[in-house]
Design a protein around this ligand. Structure first.
Ligand code: ARG
Length: 458
């Protein structure tokens, strides 16, 4: 480890305590932003040259030095110094060792606008990569839904975890596609919040030097530029927005995970997990455990925790930069990594899932599942729904109490009869074709709409 002085040592006598360093240094986690930090320095230096604050030769030296620094960090040959508090310090320290011109790199810049810039750049690239991973999960669910639709697989739809009405497996899987599509939209909204350039805000108040923040924004590819330097260095709303979007993703993945845990149990027996995506028990040889699905369920807790923790961190912070804001990075990195890993594992698990369509069908084929259809039949004949509900409820009770045959009761009933009896026959019942409904025609339309949306994903 190389030695070195902190950026602020000139004002101090003696060394910082070990405890201060350990608490204060963010290098252990912010070195992950080295590419973004160097990109920011490049753009800033180019702008300094454009406005006449750097000579062309100085700029060339600085750009060359930054390239060396980037390569050293990427290759793992970078010598971190004890004085490297954070990635900004480390990059600048090393660049200055390579060329004395780099001592000018911090002109008109502070770590306060620098760190906000870096975190924004990380957020943008994380969102792009997460959108791809989630897009792949949506595609996988859609493929499985299409397969289920072609095969006519169906299962009981549940409310209160009680069997309610049979629904196509395609309809059920597609529901998760729509949830995840909304998640992608939410992520894009968070992206647009992050897509604002803040370099040029300085420590908090801008600078008297003739810098040009618009030029920097353009070089870094940001869509817009900050309007208020105080806001620029202290705004981490975009981090909270990202953490919220990822919490909602987490909640959705958690629900999907729980569904698969239930389906994989012997009680349901709706799916079998592929060996590559399930685990065994160290003691009970017969077991196959849905660990991925359970972790998808469990990880939501930490995603929500990252969000609420970071909101609490920001609450009550006076303007402008406060060191509390250094707490933005760990939850953000952790939530991005957690969602990425969970979504990738879930995708593999769903791709390889074996659906036990016979078990699903057997569970769905209860004549009682057609109770609502019977009521609708009476409604079509002109009976008010409340009356129809009570007529059918009476028949269901009678059948349950007498261990009787619901079909016979329906066929004998004066308002129902044999035509209504057909509604009790096993099958998905393709009648519920209202918009977005479970009937197979409606589902075919829905899958078509999903295919178009998925096709439009970047
Ligand atoms: N490591 C710091 C952070 O993550 C960088 C900014 C430091 N600014 C300062 N004024 N000490 O927030």
């Amino acid at each position: 480890m190389a030695d070195g002085n902190t950026l602020w040592h000139g004002r101090f006598e003696g060394d910082a305590s070990q405890a201060l360093r350990e608490l204060n240094d963010s290098l252990p986690f912010d070195r992950r932003m080295y590419r973004e930090d160097i990109a920011g320095s490049r753009a800033h230096a180019e702008m300094l040259c454009d406005v006449g604050l750097l000579e062309a030769s100085e700029l060339r030296d600085i750009l060359e030095a930054l390239e060396v620094v980037e390569a050293e960090i990427a290759e793992g040959t970078f010598q971190w110094a004890q004085s490297d508090e954070d990635i900004h310090t480390a990059v600048e320290r090393r660049a200055t060792e390579i060329t004395s011109s780099a001592a000018k790199i911090h002109t008109g810049r502070s770590r306060n606008d620098q760190v906000a810039n870096d975190v924004r750049l990380v957020a943008l690239s994380e969102i792009d990569s997460l959108a791809e991973v989630l897009g792949a999960l949506i595609k996988c669910l859609l493929l499985r839904a299409e397969e289920a639709h072609e095969n006519g697989w169906y299962l009981p739809g549940y409310t209160h975890l009680q069997r309610a009405q049979p629904v196509g497996l395609a309809h059920h899987l597609a529901a998760y596609c729509w949830m995840l599509m909304r998640d992608l939209e939410r992520l894009q909204e968070a992206r647009s919040r992050a897509d604002v350039s803040v370099l040029g805000a300085g420590a908090l108040a801008g600078t008297a030097l003739p810098i040009d923040p618009h030029l920097v924004a353009e070089k870094l590819g940001f869509s817009s530029v900050f309007n208020n330097s105080l806001d620029a260095v202290s705004d981490r709303d975009f981090v909270a927005d990202l953490l919220y979007s990822l919490s909602v993703v987490g909640v959705h993945l958690s629900r999907l995970g729980e569904e698969i845990c239930l389906w994989a149990s012997s009680e349901f027996n709706f799916v079998e997990l592929d060996d590559a995506f399930s685990t065994g028990s160290s003691m009970m040889p017969q077991k196959k455990n849905p660990d991925i699905a359970e972790l998808a369920r469990g990880k939501a807790g930490r995603l929500v925790g990252n969000l609420t923790g970071f909101l609490a961190t920001q609450k009550g912070l006076p303007l402008t930069y406060n060191k509390d804001l250094q707490e933005d990075k760990e939850p953000m990195f952790d939530s991005c990594d957690t969602v990425r890993l969970t979504a990738l594992a879930l995708t593999g698990m769903i791709e390889t899932l074996k659906f036990n369509s016979t078990s699903m069908k057997d569970s769905a084929d209860s004549p009682y599942a057609a109770a609502t259809d019977l009521a609708d039949f009476l409604v079509e004949k002109g009976m008010p729904f409340r009356t129809a509900h009570s007529v059918v409820a009476g028949l269901v009770r009678e059948s349950l109490e007498s261990d009787g045959d619901l079909m016979a009761l329906v066929e004998e009933h004066e308002d129902l009869g044999p035509e209504a009896g057909e509604l009790l026959l096993p099958g998905i019942g393709s009648r519920r074709n209202s918009h977005g409904g479970a009937g197979s025609e409606a589902v075919a339309g829905q899958l078509e709409a999903l295919r178009t949306r998925v096709g439009n994903l970047r």
